[in-house]
Design a protein around this ligand. Sequence first.
Ligand code: HEC
Length: 115
Amino acid sequence: MAIQRTFRRRMVLRFAFLGLLMASCAGNNGQGENIRLESLSGDELYRNNCTACHGPNGDAGVGGASALSTSTLDYHAIQEVIEKGRNSMPPQTHAFKTDEELDNLIDHIISLRKE
Ligand code: HEC
C-alpha cells in the first residue's frame, strides 16, 4: 500500500511538472509569435500564400488559377474572392492577420496588372 501511494504521488508530481513545463513553453512561443509589430507587405503576403497557384507574377495558372495581370475585378470583388474563395480556389483568410494586411494584399494584387 505504502509503496503504491508513493508511486502514485511521484507520478502525479511528474505530470504536474510536465504540465508546467509545457504551459511555460507554450506561453513563450505564443508571445513571440503573436506579437508582430509591423504588418507584412502585400508582396510578402502574396509570396507566402498565393504564388503556389498564381506564380510570382500572377500568371502561372496552376490548377486553373486566374491570371491576375489581366484581371478586371475591383477592390471589393478581389476581397470577396480572397475571403470566400471561388470554385477551386479555397478561401484565403489564413493569409492575413489584420485589415491592414488584407488591404496590403489587395493593393498588391492590383499592382500585378499590366498597364
Ligand atoms: C490552391 C490554389 C490557389 C491559391 C493558393 C490561391 N489561388 Fe487565387 N485562384 C485560384 C483559382 C483556381 C482561381 C480561379 C477560380 C475560379 O475558377 O473561379 C483563382 C482566382 C483568383 C482571383 C480572381 C481573379 C479574377 O480576375 O477572376 C483572385 C483575385 C485571386 N485568385 C487571388 C488570390 C490571392 C490573393 C491568393 C493568396 C492569398 C490566392 N488567390 C491564392 C487558385 C488559387
